[in-house]
Write a protein that binds this ligand. Structure first.
Ligand code: FAD
Length: 415
């Protein structure tokens, strides 16, 4: 049965939800408070990441976070705040950062990543719209033996999980990437990963959805949601009052502002990340993570993107030049002669990753609201998991059996 559905948020999660819902024959409206360019989805590194099967909340992260708190160039920063939501989130993060919890999360994270990568491939093969998608793998580049050993331990775990992973010497990494001048001790090479150009994909997807009858309300902010009989009865924006059969909440880092109105507890903190685009030849052809610096490097369609930093410091888009400089410094140190110019740094931009405390997204219906599907909290993997999330959302709303077990992603889970 065709339903009238409102999607709040037009980032990758909202757009992919609209894509699969429309294909199921539903009437879909996407509302975004921006022109679709201000979310994390526009600025990210564009990796499709089966390799990222270890969640951020892992043993050792709290100690690293405390150590890095005092370094303005560090890749991970948590700003201490006397804010109840933040304190609860930090406590839940600490409780999730155990070996046992990480172990439980590996399979669901890997499975949803592989499912999503397959869906991107199907989307690419379809004639719906054209976009840049390449599967060249991901090089986890390291400079120290200690980090190399840590990375290879994770790589070996990846092999056990069925991924193809190789431990490359510096020579072997340079052979794969012959013109880039990689200055590394070695690299762990995940063949499973792919990459894309998000800021080219998003407008293409929007144009396609419009041509299929999906309605878009850009620059319109959802201010309130009204409930009656445990269902959403009205969606109130700054321009109009709307009614619908079902609502999908895909508002990224802003999602808790909505769930709070409904009395739901969906802990999310914004994790700010920066990106610098280099619009000239860098000779980099394979995506890489510069491990010690935690900088992501992606050869996109016509430019190279350098991205990094996880700053848990509330909802704001202020740019800290020290962290932008740290990304540029890492680029120069890992790629001989790669100098990011002051002008390129000046155009650095940032986005807010919606981070759940345990590193798993929230996908599903809360038991407290019958017609709301929550699709958020994807942290560092939201680009990767867009299609899988959208597909699962459409299966939930269409009352179909879901392709994956949704229990690890349940919005009512406790920490
Ligand atoms: C620097 C950086 C690098 C990253 N690299 C990768 C990567 O390589 N691979 C990967 O998988 N992930 C990556 N990520 C993470 C990924 O970008 C995010 O997880 C993903 O974009 C989240 O998508 P989203 O749709 O949930 O949120 P967003 O893209 O933030 O979209 C949410 C949308 O909701 C809208 N909205 C919010 N509130 C309202 C309201 N009240 N009314 C109307 N609209 C509203 C916002 O305007 C926004 O457009 C990276 C992130 C960053 C910042």
């Amino acid at each position: 049965m065709s339903k009238n559905i409102i999607v709040i948020g037009g980032g990758i999660i909202g757009l992919c939800s609209a894509y699969y819902l429309q294909k199921e024959g539903h009437q879909v409206t996407v509302i975004d408070k921006s022109d679709f360019t201000s979310g994390a989805s526009f600025v990210n590194a564009g990796y499709i990441t089966p390799s990222h099967f270890i969640p951020l909340a892992a043993p050792g992260m709290i100690t690293k976070g405390i150590k890095w708190m005092f370094n303005s160039e560090s890749p991970f920063y948590v700003k201490p705040r006397l804010d109840l939501d933040f304190l609860k989130w930090t406590w839940a993060f600490k409780k999730s950062a155990t070996a046992a919890k990480v172990e439980q999360s590996i399979k669901p994270i890997k499975d949803i990543n592989l499912f999503s990568r397959d869906l991107y491939e199907t989307m690419k093969k379809s004639t719906d719209f054209n976009f840049h998608y390449e599967q060249k793998g991901l090089l986890m580049c390291y400079k120290s033996d200690e980090v190399g050993e840590e990375e290879w331990e994770i790589g070996e775990r990846g092999i056990k999980e069925g991924l193809k992973v190789e431990n490359l010497s510096s020579e072997a990494a340079n052979k794969l990437e012959p013109k880039a001048g990689l200055n590394v001790k070695g690299a762990v090479y995940y063949h499973s990963d792919a990459h894309m150009t998000p800021n080219h994909f998003m407008p293409e997807m929007i144009n396609y959805l419009k041509s299929e009858g999906v309605v878009f309300f850009p620059n319109e902010k959802v201010l309130d949601i009204e409930m009656s009989n445990e269902s959403i009865s009205k969606v109130i924006t700054d321009k109009q009052v709307l009614t619908c059969d079902e609502v999908v909440l895909a508002a990224g880092s802003w999602s808790p502002l909505m769930t709070k109105k409904l009395g739901l507890k969906i802990p999310i903190q914004a994790g700010k990340g920066y990106r610098i685009n280099v619009n000239r030849e860098t000779n980099i052809s394979i995506p890489a993570i510069l491990c010690e610096a935690k900088v992501a490097v992606t050869p996109m369609d016509g430019f190279t993107r350098f991205a990094g930093t996880m700053e848990v410091a509330g909802i704001n888009h202020s740019i800290n030049p020290n962290r932008v400089n740290a990304i540029a410094k890492a680029a120069k140190s890992y790629y001989n002669n790669l100098e990011i110019s002051e002008n390129e740094k000046m155009y650095a931009s940032c986005g807010l990753r919606p981070c759940s405390p345990d590193g798993l997204p929230y996908i599903g219906k809360s038991s407290k609201c019958k017609n709301l599907t929550i699709a958020t909290g994807h942290a560092m993997m939201g680009w990767s998991l867009g299609p899988a999330t959208g597909k699962l959302v459409s299966e939930i709303i269409s009352n179909k059996k879901t392709a994956l077990d949704l229990s690890p992603f349940h919005p009512d889970r406790t920490f």
